[in-house]
Write a protein that binds this ligand. Structure first.
Ligand code: SB7
Ligand code: NI
Length: 183
């Protein structure tokens, strides 16, 4: 079972590397890893299990956060309309995006960052993502607002990018141009 002990923190070079493409069709090992990553996310959102295993709640997890240099991402959350986003993704990529941006009004956090980093993280408001699913099928997703932000945070991890890289250095709360806040 994946726990916080498996998650590497800031300073670990794994977080700054460009991860390698994973095999398609997915290997049994990669499928199993994605299932374990999804289980971690579900456990982390379950009050009892999170307390039992000392998990910080997370909506996404990328393989480089486990020091695994592969382009694998797990995502699990419900949006404000109750729509469930639960995916184990292989080689996800953004194939198109809006000009309009969006940022979380409360900023972002990361399971690999054990401190609060204040500031707005400008993201594309809408993206189209292509990926291979855990079952080896091709997937194309159109995402907006919060969902688009989560997917961008995770895909960034595959490229060695951390959320705070996007925060304005002079003024962390500078409202990005052409951007809408997401509450
Ligand atoms: C806020 C939090 C996340 C994504 C976007 C906004 C995910 C946090 C968990 N992770 O560190 C996953 O990489
Ligand atoms: Ni993160």
């Amino acid at each position: 079972m994946i726990t916080m002990n498996d998650i590497v923190r800031e300073g670990n070079p794994s977080l700054r590397e460009v991860a390698n493409e994973a095999e398609v069709p997915p290997t049994e090992a990669d499928k199993q890893l994605l299932n374990e990553m999804l289980t971690f996310l579900k456990n982390s959102q379950d009050e009892k299990k999170a307390e039992e295993y000392n998990l910080r709640p997370g909506v996404g997890l990328a393989a480089p956060q486990l020091a695994i240099h592969k382009r694998l991402v797990a995502i699990h959350f419900e949006d404000t309309n109750g729509k469930l986003y639960s995916y184990g993704l292989i080689n996800p990529r953004i194939v198109s995006h809006s000009v309009e941006k969006a940022y979380l009004a409360g900023g972002e956090g990361c399971l690999s960052v054990d401190r609060q980093v204040d500031g707005y993280v400008p993201r594309h408001a809408r993206i189209t993502v292509k990926a291979t699913t855990q079952d080896g099928e091709k997937l194309k997703l159109r995402l907006r607002d919060y969902a688009a932000i989560v997917f961008q945070h995770e895909i960034d991890h595959l490229n060695g990018v951390m959320f705070y890289d996007h925060i304005n250095k002079e003024n962390p709360f500078l409202v990005p141009e052409n951007a809408k806040p997401i509450e």
